[in-house]
Design a protein around this ligand. Structure first.
Ligand code: PAF
Length: 284
């Protein structure tokens, strides 16, 4: 990324609203990219997409405690604000919203956004608090910034559908834009948590994408969804993954596939290598 001038950093909802109002006064559209920091090329691609669609690009950086379970990596989640801000300057971002936990969840905070539909099952079976935490923080970020569009990566495919459902159901006036997963040359989907992989596990990790692609090919070749799911689970287990789920679902609702001949489908998986949980998905 080229070096550019530093983005304005705001830390309170009031300052964020004042900044966005000033942009609005000169009729500038706003694109939002929500992040938890630990930025990588995947985030840079979302930022580029926002820049192509809007006059100003706002990036939020907030490690959201509400979406972590008690035994998850909230405390250990990689945080380096100075590095993130340097990356965001290089990416030509206009402003960064980096609130404290108290600004986001002040004492007395008592409201949650609970999404059903696409939030049911898959990630929720293993991380029951996750989508309530995500939906709540994303609703707050959208309501605070009121952007014209917000860009979400397809890597977190269930999250993308959950956010889309919530925005539609709550009439939040924003276009949710899906951006294709950005991958390493060997196919591994970029994720801040890839940093946790041991060198040995890093070599195995791209095989998740390979097995997902094999599954998509089998489905296109008329193999039944159930057989594909069993084969995918077995293949990953044989490669040393501990599989949380390997499923073929309707790509619009994430419901079980009823008529493979006429439904849009997606293969989704979550699996562990050592202490690192990887998720990925491919279109059929
Ligand atoms: O995908 C993420 O990084 C987070 O879940 C999000 C959308 C920023 C909410 O905290």
């Amino acid at each position: 990324m080229a070096d550019r001038s530093s983005p304005k950093v705001v830390r309170t909802v009031n300052d964020l609203r004042a900044l966005v109002s000033a942009w609005r006064e000169v009729r500038t559209s706003v694109g939002l990219v929500t992040t938890m920091g630990a930025l990588h090329r995947g985030h840079a691609a979302l930022i580029d997409e926002a820049r192509n669609r809007a006059g100003r690009v706002l990036v939020s950086v907030f490690v959201n405690p509400a979406q972590f379970g008690p035994n998850e990596d909230f405390a250990a989640y990689p945080r380096d604000e100075a590095k993130d801000l340097a990356e965001l300057a290089a990416a030509g971002v206009d402003a960064v919203y980096a609130p404290s936990v108290d600004e986001m969840y002040p004492p007395g905070f008592a409201t949650s956004v609970v999404v059903a539909g696409p939030a049911l099952g898959l990630e929720t079976d293993f991380r029951p608090q996750f989508f309530t935490g995500v939906a709540t923080v994303v609703a707050k970020l959208l309501n605070s910034a009121l952007p014209d569009c917000a860009i979400f990566g397809e890597k977190d495919y269930q999250q993308l559908l959950v956010v889309g459902r919530m925005v539609a159901d709550l009439n939040i006036p924003v276009d949710i834009i899906a951006h294709p997963t950005v991958r390493e040359a060997d196919g591994l989907a970029l994720s801040s948590r890839n940093a946790y992989l041991s060198p040995e596990d890093r070599k195995t990790a791209p095989k998740l994408f390979a097995v997902l692609n094999d599954a998509a090919l089998s489905i296109r070749g008329q193999v039944s969804a159930v057989d594909v799911m069993i084969a995918g689970d077995r293949a990953l287990t044989g490669l040393g993954f501990r599989v949380d789920y390997f499923v073929v679902r309707n790509s619009e609702t994430l419901a079980a596939v009823v008529d493979p001949g006429s439904e849009p489908m997606r293969v989704l998986a979550a699996a562990w290598l050592g202490k690192t949980r990887l998720i990925d998905n491919v279109a059929v």
